[in-house]
Design a protein around this ligand. Structure first.
Ligand code: SAM
Ligand code: DTB
Ligand code: SF4
Length: 323
């Protein structure tokens, strides 16, 4: 649905999705929204198929940023054991195991504000080694400068994950140590280097419904929109400022997935953090809403994920092909 008004036609930056159009999707009766999302999904993707991506924290904790949701920030006492950059052989061993468990993509995450150039050299080696195993590669290492993005692309990195997290107006309530524009700049550097963008956000951080509209607006109007869109349900970690928040209405989470699917029809929409806390019917609604990728493996970065055994059982029950 291309939105345009006479005044917008006059400028070059015509928005593909404006807030009223996105809000109208959120306001649909749930069955109508689900029908539209499933229809769009089937126009662009193989039905009953979910992509599996495994995560590994290659540098854990002691992060200087203050993201209020994150157990890895040095500012919060979460009891997390910090770890320096993981040696190459351990990364390769974890990737080998992920592949043998059935993962197609392998994502390496590091608790950095921004990597040092020496870190980039080491991660570049890991990327090349993981690619050699026949896995798709993804990394999330914090903010990147243009030359760092180029080095990662040269090493064979296919996707870079860097989330906008929430709407521009709510963002300041969650993070003060880097701006929305900083994030957009990194995303631009990733694009310029020729990599695919994995960019999404977190639901359940105390944002209001308009903030979810604002996040979708920011994502869907990126040029081009991200190839991969992780929708995380906040994992409430004790010791973080958001550790005691109330659960959001599960149908609101499903709506977020459906609106992401409709507004970014060709993307992988990834049902990301928070699946361990979701029951099977809720996850099933998310797949119906167009989620077609999950993080697979017993751990996310530092938090538990739905177990491999449980996921295999769920996919079997639903007739989902997963790889
Ligand atoms: N430090 C890098 C950065 O922030 O870009 C990479 C790692 S960071 C942990 C990757 C993403 O994980 C964050 O952008 C956030 O969206 C997500 N995340 C972190 N903690 C989370 C939590 N408790 N619940 C849900 N998602 C979370
Ligand atoms: C994303 O959007 N979600 C993943 C991935 N990108 C790197 C991370 C979720 C982290 C959840 C908290 C943890 O395990 O530390
Ligand atoms: Fe650091 Fe990333 Fe966690 Fe923010 S989300 S505190 S940048 S590891």
């Amino acid at each position: 649905m291309i939105q345009s008004t006479p005044s917008m036609d006059a400028v070059t930056t015509v928005k593909k999705w404006d807030r009223p159009a996105i809000q109208a999707l959120f306001d649909l009766p749930l069955m109508d929204l689900m029908f539209q999302a499933q229809t769009v999904h089937r126009q662009h993707h193989t039905p009953n198929t979910v992509q599996l991506s495994s995560l590994l924290s290659i540098k854990t904790g002691a992060c200087p940023e203050d993201c209020k949701y994150c157990p890895q920030s040095a500012r919060y006492k979460t009891g997390l054991k910090t770890e320096r950059l993981m040696p190459l052989d351990q990364i390769v061993a974890a990737a080998t195991e992920a592949k043998s468990n059935g993962a197609e993509r392998f994502c390496m995450g590091a608790a950095w504000r921004t990597p040092k150039d020496s870190d980039i050299e080491q991660v570049a080696q890991a990327i090349a080694a993981v690619k050699e195993l026949g896995l798709e590669t993804c990394a999330t290492l914090g903010m990147l400068k243009p030359d760092q993005a180029e080095k990662l692309a040269d090493a064979g990195l296919e996707y870079y994950n860097h989330n906008l997290d929430t709407s521009p107006e709510f963002y300041g309530e969650i993070i003060s140590t880097r701006t929305y524009d900083d994030r957009l700049e990194t995303l631009d550097n990733v694009r310029q280097a020729g990599m695919k963008v994995c960019c999404g956000g977190i639901v359940g951080m105390g944002e209001n419904k308009t903030d979810r509209v604002g996040l979708i607006e920011a994502l869907a109007n990126l040029e081009p929109y991200p190839e991969s869109v992780p929708i995380n349900n906040l994992v409430k970690v004790a010791g973080t400022p958001l550790g005691e928040l109330e659960e959001i209405d599960p149908f609101d989470f499903v709506r977020m997935v459906a609106v992401a699917r409709i507004t970014m029809p060709k993307s992988w929409v990834r049902l990301s953090a928070g699946r361990e806390e979701m029951n099977d019917p809720l996850q099933t609604l998310c797949f119906m809403a167009g989620a077609n990728s999950v993080f697979y493996g017993d751990q996310l970065l530092t938090c538990n994920n739905a177990s491999i055994e449980h996921d295999r059982g769920l996919f079997e029950k639903l007739g989902i092909n997963a790889s």
